[in-house]
Ligand binder design. Structure first.
Ligand SMILES: O=C(O)c1ccccc1N[C@@H]1O[C@H](COP(=O)(O)O)[C@@H](O)[C@H]1O
Length: 197
C-alpha cells in the first residue's frame, strides 16, 4: 500500500513521516490553512531522502505558475486538484516531474487519461477531512490510484477494504487542528495503512 502524507509544514512532521515509512510527502502550495511558500517547501524537502516522493499540491493555478513554484520548491511531483484541463498536464510534461491528477469521483477515473502518472480520488471538498462514500468508487478507477478524503488512523483500514485502492493519501486525519500535524498520528496512519494492505 502506497502512503502519502499531505500538508506538512514543520521539520519534525516531515521527519516523522519519513521515519514512519511514508512513500510520498505533500506540500500545499495553493490556498489552504496548510499553505506554505515554495521556499519553505524547498527547505523542508532537503530533509527528505531520495526514495520518498516530494509533491507540490496546486488547485486551479495556470501551468506557468505551477511550473515556477514547483521549480522553486524543488518538488519531484506536481499534484493538480480539481478540473484542470488535459492541456494543463500536457503543458507540464516537459517539467520532468511525476504528474498527479486529483479529482472527485464524478471525473474520468482512468489513471493516464490526462497523461498523468498517478491519480487521486478525493472527496468533493479536498482537505475538508470529511469521510465520503469510499465504496462507491470500488472497481471504477484504473491504474495507480490513491484514495483520499476523510481518512484517519481509525478508519483507513475500513476505507481500504471498501474501495480497494493502490494507495492512500491523508492530510486532516493526522492533525490536531486545521493545519497542525501530529507526529504520533502520522506514525499511526502509516502503520494502520500498511496493516490494511
Ligand atoms: O490539504 C489541503 O488543504 C488541500 C488544499 C487544496 C487542495 C488539496 C488539499 N489537500 C488534499 O486533500 C486530500 C486530503 O484530504 P483530507 O484532509 O485528508 O480529507 C489530499 O489529496 C491532499 O493532497
Amino acid at each position: 500500500m502506497y502512503v502519502k502524507i499531505c500538508g506538512l509544514s514543520e521539520p519534525e512532521h516531515v521527519t516523522a513521516a519519513v521515519e514512519a515509512g511514508a512513500d510520498a510527502i505533500g506540500f500545499v502550495l495553493t490556498e489552504s490553512p496548510r499553505r506554505i511558500d515554495p521556499e519553505r517547501a524547498a527547505a523542508l524537502g532537503r530533509l527528505v531522502p531520495g526514495h520518498v516522493l516530494t509533491v507540490g499540491v496546486f488547485r486551479g493555478e495556470d501551468p506557468a505558475t505551477v511550473r515556477a513554484a514547483a521549480l522553486t520548491a524543488g518538488v519531484r511531483a506536481v499534484q493538480l486538484h480539481g478540473r484542470h484541463p488535459h492541456a494543463d498536464f500536457t503543458a507540464l510534461k516537459d517539467l520532468g516531474r511525476t504528474l498527479v491528477r486529483a479529482v472527485d469521483s464524478s471525473a474520468d477515473l482512468r489513471c493516464g487519461a490526462f497523461d498523468e502518472d498517478l491519480l487521486i480520488v478525493d472527496a468533493p471538498r479536498p482537505g475538508s477531512g470529511l469521510p465520503w462514500d469510499w465504496a462507491a468508487v470500488r472497481g471504477r478507477p484504473t491504474g495507480r490510484w490513491m484514495l483520499a478524503g476523510g481518512l484517519s488512523p481509525a478508519n483507513v483500514a475500513e476505507a481500504v477494504a471498501a474501495a480497494a485502492p493502490w494507495g492512500v493519501d491523508v492530510s486532516s486525519g493526522v492533525e490536531v487542528a486545521p493545519g497542525v500535524k501530529d507526529s504520533a498520528l502520522i506514525r499511526s496512519f502509516v502503520a494502520e495503512a500498511r496493516r490494511a494492505a
